[in-house]
Design a protein around this ligand. Structure first.
Ligand code: AHR
Length: 507
């Protein structure tokens, strides 16, 4: 069957405001895991390493992404982490069995180094505390070490370690995925809710200016979801600002149409978490609204078999090194659209992760750094998706897949940047066979015209970017045009697109 033209319609309007976008929605995550830190952001022998051992080639790519906040140090790793192991003179730091990933942790990089790295990357730190093997005491001490100005044992120790000024870390995660059977120190919802509430109270006594994230479910597919959210929030509601969401997708059965529809699952997940937060709000007769921190999201499945072969207790082995395909980039684009369409409640998010470990940036030890396929939708959405999210009214033909019904071929989000006089339309065409022609009624932007149309497409959904063979790259020769006051978006079959409109006559 030959290619047909499929048509869709969309209305965008200045007045259809979802929310001002919190830039932290474009955050990411570095766990002390695999080669994320060692061989990723940090490699003292690398030709591009600075005086602290940080790879400049990697820092340049991170800065290109304009990542505003980076979660650290885990992930699963944090649930058995002694933060004290990672401070002070490097030669005195202990090597430990790292239980979550069964590797040896050298502790060469710890809290202070990571804060320095984040500064160099122009990013804030989102710090997680260990609520697996530890609790209130370790958390309040760490906070005193990082945020208290001076005059106490922990804050003076920081000064002794060369940091006169407090780091003032604002955003803190109360543990990680505490519902998961794989977590060291797994808890029931009741146990976690009590511990998180008491830890939050103590941390707020140390520094009342911090923001706290309560652990939500490890995914929407956990048997305890969403009861976990309801029970834990019942305890933590007054003391926290956000609840976390984590979700990864895979395509193990090679069913592209179904894989690309997974953003609908993400959509349901978000809606259920919002409803649960608001149910507890109503139950407590509270005026406070809990927002969402989607602090782990991505595609993750390619490396599962390879990871089973990793030698236990090795140092910085290549773990979770998914090589991403072109179709993965399409789903990542749709996941970003989903976050933006919920930017009224999602204030923080983190693509998991940033370097080497299920990451947009890959490196070779001692060698080059390069961009995976998923780098591109993340890059364009982060750089051009700043401003106000508008609600696109979409009328698109739909399809059914193995797990989903009524999946619109067109998936989109829209951002208006008033200061730059720019409207940016991010759009995925999930149709495997046909070009999608989208008639866009941009009624309140009638002085605007198409400035640029970036397209990410490859004929092979399984095309990848590996060292020296980068097959998937965007071009900006997209065919969108103005017709009779309307924007006509031409979205090639199976493509991710960014159509940028600017006010006529603007450079
Ligand atoms: O990002 C990889 C792992 O995924 C994290 O350590 C954990 O929180 C999640 O299960």
């Amino acid at each position: 069957m030959g290619e047909e033209l499929v048509k869709a319609k969309m209305v965008i309007d200045k007045d259809y405001v979802i929310s001002k976008i919190d830039k932290r929605i474009y955050g990411s995550f570095i766990e002390q895991l695999g080669r994320a830190v060692y061989g990723g952001i940090y490699e003292p022998d690398h030709p591009s390493a600075d005086e602290q051992g940080f790879r400049q080639d990697v820092l340049d790519l991170v800065k290109e992404l304009q990542v505003p906040i980076v979660r650290y140090p885990g992930g699963n790793m944090v649930s058995a982490y002694n933060w004290e192991d990672g401070i002070g003179p490097k030669e005195d730091r202990p090597r430990r069995l790292e239980l979550a990933w069964r590797v040896t942790e050298t502790n060469e990089v710890g809290t202070n180094e990571f804060v320095d790295w984040a500064k160099k990357a122009n990013a804030e730190v989102m710090m997680a505390v260990n609520l697996g093997t530890r609790g209130i005491d370790a958390a309040r001490n760490l906070l005193e070490y990082t945020n208290h100005p001076g005059g106490t044992a922990w804050s003076e120790l920081r000064k002794q370690h060369g940091y006169q000024e407090p780091h003032n870390i604002k955003t803190w995660c109360l543990g990680n995925e505490m519902d998961g059977s794989w977590q060291i120190g797994q808890k029931t919802a009741y146990e976690y809710g009590r511990l998180a509430a008491e830890t939050a109270k103590a941390m707020r006594q140390v520094d009342p200016t911090i923001e706290l994230v309560s652990c939500g479910s490890s995914s929407a597919h956990m048997p305890t979801f969403p009861e976990w959210e309801a029970t834990t929030l019942d305890h933590t509601y007054e003391y926290v600002d956000y609840i976390s969401l984590h979700q990864y997708y895979g395509n193990p059965n090679n069913d592209t149409a179904n894989f690309l529809a997974n953003s609908m699952d993400m959509e349901n997940f978000i809606q259920t978490v919002i409803s649960t937060c608001d149910y507890i709000k109503a139950k407590k007769r509270s005026k406070k609204t809990i927002n969402l921190s989607f602090d782990e999201w991505n595609v993750w499945f390619h490396s599962n078999d390879q990871d089973k072969k990793i030698e236990p207790w090795s140092i910085a082995p290549p773990q979770l090194e998914d090589v991403y395909t072109f179709e993965d980039a399409l789903l990542v684009g749709s996941m970003l659209n989903t976050l933006l369409r919920h930017s009224d409640r999602i204030k923080i998010a983190a693509m998991a992760q940033l370097v080497n470990v299920i990451a947009p940036i890959m490196t070779e030890n001692g060698g080059r750094a390069w961009k995976q396929t998923i780098f591109y939708p993340y890059y364009y959405t982060s750089v051009y998706g700043r401003g106000v999210a508008l609600n696109p009214v979409i009328d698109s033909p739909e399809y059914d897949s193995t797990d989903f019904t009524d999946v619109p071929y067109l998936d989109s989000s829209v951002v208006y940047n008033e200061e730059k006089e720019e409207v940016v339309i991010f759009a995925t065409n999930r149709n495997l066979q046909n070009t999608l022609q989208v008639e866009i009624d941009a009624r309140s932007f009638n002085e605007y015209e198409v400035k640029e149309h970036v397209v990410l497409h490859h004929d092979d959904p399984k095309a990848t970017n590996t060292l020296g063979n980068e097959q998937v790259k965007p071009h900006n020769n997209g065919e969108s045009y103005m017709d009779n006051g309307k924007v006509v978006g031409i979205l090639p079959k199976l493509s991710w697109n960014m159509i940028r409109l600017t006010k006529s006559g603007k450079e």
